[in-house]
Design a protein. Structure first.
Length: 290
């Protein structure tokens, strides 16, 4: 069995995909589950190729919202609500507005002010146009009037590396890409994108606390099959995923990532996807993309 991860090795999606693959390997006796990375265009490239996989139950995807519910500046080449069959949500995680530790920016207000003062605005990195990191920054730019210039990278960790090297000035980083960097004191967290503070960074304010009204964005990962899959396979995979919160190994690893384990039924997940798609379309409709 293959678990497709449409993100680069070492990324948040890759880390979660490997945890899920290991869990499936333990749950499906006699099966060997391997991870196959297919990165590109913020997760869209690998997701697109996955939708063309045979519906035999031997190819799954650990996909995320950036390639499914979030509108994109590029043609996805698939209908996320039709060409992917949801099995279960896996986890949720906040993003963190980050700057280099040597930066003079220490608050959201600083980021906004500095972006307006600098010619061409602040350079921000992401895993690619149309991905969650990109759209999270674009929503911030739209709501605060900030001036940003987008710099795409192959993955979230690559963008973090560029931030540390001083090649870019801002990153809206996924929490799992942040935790390992904080110990070196080379980056500074400015704000959390979710409406509640993170237990990983309890002293870092939320965007809402920092004055960005209604700003509540999180990353989720979920398990999908290609279209045309038989109902017995969907039911079997759903049963396995609903037992995942009882797996102590999964719980411990997700806690290290700063992720919250969250599973649901295929019907519940499908309803969430439709609702979130509508919210993103509303939230991004007035954004003029660069």
């Amino acid at each position: 069995m293959r678990v497709v991860v449409p993100y680069a090795a070492g990324s948040n999606g890759d880390a979660h995909g490997r945890v899920v693959a290991a869990y499936l390997n333990r749950s499906l006796k006699g099966s060997t589950v391997v991870v196959e990375n297919r990165p590109g265009i913020g997760g869209i490239l690998g997701t697109r190729s996955f939708t063309k996989s045979p519906p035999d139950g031997y190819t799954l995807c650990v996909c995320s919202g950036g390639a499914i519910t979030v509108p994109s500046t590029v043609d996805k080449g698939y209908d996320p609500l039709v060409d992917l069959v949801p099995i279960s949500k896996i986890s949720t995680s906040p993003l963190v507005l980050m700057v280099n530790a040597t930066s003079s920016m220490k608050s959201v207000a600083d980021v906004i002010a500095f972006s307006k003062k600098k010619s061409g605005g602040l350079n921000y990195g992401s895993s690619g146009a149309g991905g969650l990191m990109y759209n999270t920054a674009e929503v911030f730019r739209s709501r605060t009037g900030s001036d940003f210039t987008h710099v795409p990278f192959r993955s979230g960790p690559d963008a973090m590396t560029a931030l540390i090297a001083g090649e870019i000035e801002v990153v809206f980083a996924i929490m799992s890409d942040v935790t390992g960097q904080l110990e070196g004191n080379k980056v500074r967290p400015i704000a959390i994108t979710t409406s509640s503070r993170s237990p990983i960074l309890p002293d870092v304010p939320t965007m809402i606390e920092a004055g960005v009204k209604g700003y509540d964005i999180s990353l989720w990962n979920g398990l999908f099959t290609p279209p045309g899959i038989g109902q017995p396979i969907i039911d079997r995979l759903s049963e396995i995923m609903l037992r995942m919160p009882k797996d102590e190994t999964v719980l411990k690893i997700f806690a290290r990532f700063g992720s919250t384990l969250e599973v649901n039924t295929p019907d519940q997940f499908r309803k969430e996807l439709r609702a979130e798609t509508a919210l993103w379309e509303e939230g991004l409709k007035d954004i003029v993309r660069k």
